[in-house]
Structure formats: C-alpha cells, structure tokens
Design a protein around this ligand. Structure first.
Ligand SMILES: [Zn+2]
Length: 123
C-alpha cells in the first residue's frame, strides 16, 4: 500500500506506507521530527565512502610505482579492504598519470633532439 499523504508539490506520495499504517515513515505523524532528522542524517552517512585505513602518501615517479600501486589496489579490492568507488577513482587517476609520463618522456626526447640539431648547426 502506498502512503496516503501528499508531497510538498501536492502530488500523492509514492513511498510505501509503514506496516499497519496509512503513511510512509516520513509522513507518519507518530514519528517525531527529531527521529526523522536523525534517520536522514544516518542515511547520508551510510552513503558516504569511508576509507577504513587511511594510507600514507606515496611517491609516484615512474610507471613502476604505478604498477605497484595498481597491484596493491587490486588486492585491496579483492580482500574487501577498499571501496570499489575509490579503486575506480585510483584507476582513472593512474591512467592520467601514465599518459602524463608518456607525454613528458616524449617532450624530453624532442628537447634532446633539438639540442643535437642546434649543435650540428653551430659547426
Ligand atoms: Zn509519504
């Protein structure tokens, strides 16, 4: 059974009524405003991603570092120590990092090439 109350926009509430009641939890006059507020803030907290064991910062200066980070992340997800959303985020960021390495390596090569050509011109 659906809740008999109307929402603030005047539409019928689409929530399920509480058992043995005509109203849903939020429209139930028997539930105090304080209780509802508590329930809402609890709900918000439950949706938050919690880092169970905050890890220290690490240096990521080479693709090798990224590989070990990915290895750790994969294992943490497999063992249930890390939230999948955090792992997804790390995956996204490491992908960006690897691309940045690639670009900086390329620009180093171009720079070296430029110096080489300049030297040849100078002769
Ligand atoms: Zn309702």
């Amino acid at each position: 059974m659906l809740c008999k109350a109307l929402t603030t926009t005047g539409e019928p509430c689409q929530a399920q009524a509480m058992q043995g009641d005509e109203n849903c939890y939020l429209h139930n006059p028997a539930v105090s405003e304080d209780e509802k507020r508590d329930a809402r803030s609890r709900g918000g907290k439950e949706n938050q991603i919690v880092v169970k064991t905050p890890l220290p910062p690490i240096k990521l200066t080479s693709p090798k570092d990224v590989i070990s980070l990915l290895e750790e992340t994969i294992n943490a997800v497999r063992s249930g120590e890390m939230d999948v959303k955090i792992a997804n985020c790390l995956g996204f960021l490491t992908d960006k990092l690897l691309k940045a390495y690639e670009i900086s390596e390329l620009s180093d090569k171009v720079e070296v090439m430029g110096l080489f050509l300049e030297k040849r011109k100078g002769r």
